[in-house]
Ligand binder design. Sequence first.
Ligand code: FEO
Length: 386
Amino acid sequence: MKAVEVKKGIYWVGSVDWDLRNFHGYLTQRGSSYNAYLILDEKVTLIDNVKSHLAEDLIARISDIIDPAKIDYIVQNHIEMDHSGSLPALVERCPNAELFASPKGVEGIEKQYGITRKTTAVKSGDTLALGKRTLHFVQTPMVHWPDNMVSYCPEEKILFSNDAFGQHIASSERFDDEYSLGITMLEAAKYYANIVLPYSAQVQKALAVAETLDISIICPSHGLIWRTHIPEIMAAYRKWSANTTDRKALIIYDTMWKSTEMLAVAVKNAFERKGYSIQLINLQKNHISDIMTDILTASHICIGSPTLNNNILPTVAAFLTYLTGLAPRGRTGMAFGSYGWSGQSVGMVEESLKKCGFDMLEQVRIQYIPDEQTLLSVTKQVEDQI
Ligand code: FEO
């Protein structure tokens, strides 16, 4: 794949990772890309780079346009290794390049790679003159690490947004209007739910800054470049970062002898009767990172586990660990489950959901196999609360 011109003199020179299927626990069924951008100006500038195993691919793509030794500036918007892993190789191949990153970025580059040469820390409000163009830096800490920043080029109206607005998609297409918008938005939602969600307050601050900028292209560090559907992705980020939900209930469970599954169906029936959109999600058949995508817009999260060895099932424990780490807010939760004798599981699930700060519906805790009358009363109990 050749370099792709984003705008006259500005090229995508990143790498497509067709094989990626797991990004620290997040299933990436469509692979990903690590986007780097080359700006030809009086000062030749490279923004971000790619994972270390793709360094030669990046360098070959840059070489299609210009001798990498002619790069004057390397801007590192974020130092996570998917965007900085090729920095050691670049420093060798670009002997004159000066490096720019946020103060935390500069610190991380030294700690991760031992690179201190020609490195300058930049903060919000700082600018870098490239010639005809300028880069304006805005720090966006915790979107996604403390070092994150974005770079805005007012002359081209381009925002180089790094992780923000990204999607894990491997494709030969580079622009949002060349690829299915439905899939792009779904993958952007999955990316937000699994990577960005804990930092929604910081996203809102970054959005407030972005809304003051005149933007015609958003160049993220993963997936498609936004040039046509910017209003849609901006509206989605406003909704997701505000924890605004739809009238949607997720009933998420695992089961040993089907009793908890029967309760899950009874809970589902209550939401159906009240006209909610519902999803019945068996943890044995669904990946936690896909469930998180659905949680992004769900108003009610009901989680069921039977008791096993005075505890919850391992699948439920793994999901709750993931959920509490990603810290969605403003939802209503509910715990349910069956038990034989000790029955601790429902209380344990409830405690985890309370840690998320959810409002709670009354728990459902049933011994042995629920009969038809019990299931009807579970449905009524839930229905009466929603
Ligand atoms: Fe795509 Fe936080 O790295």
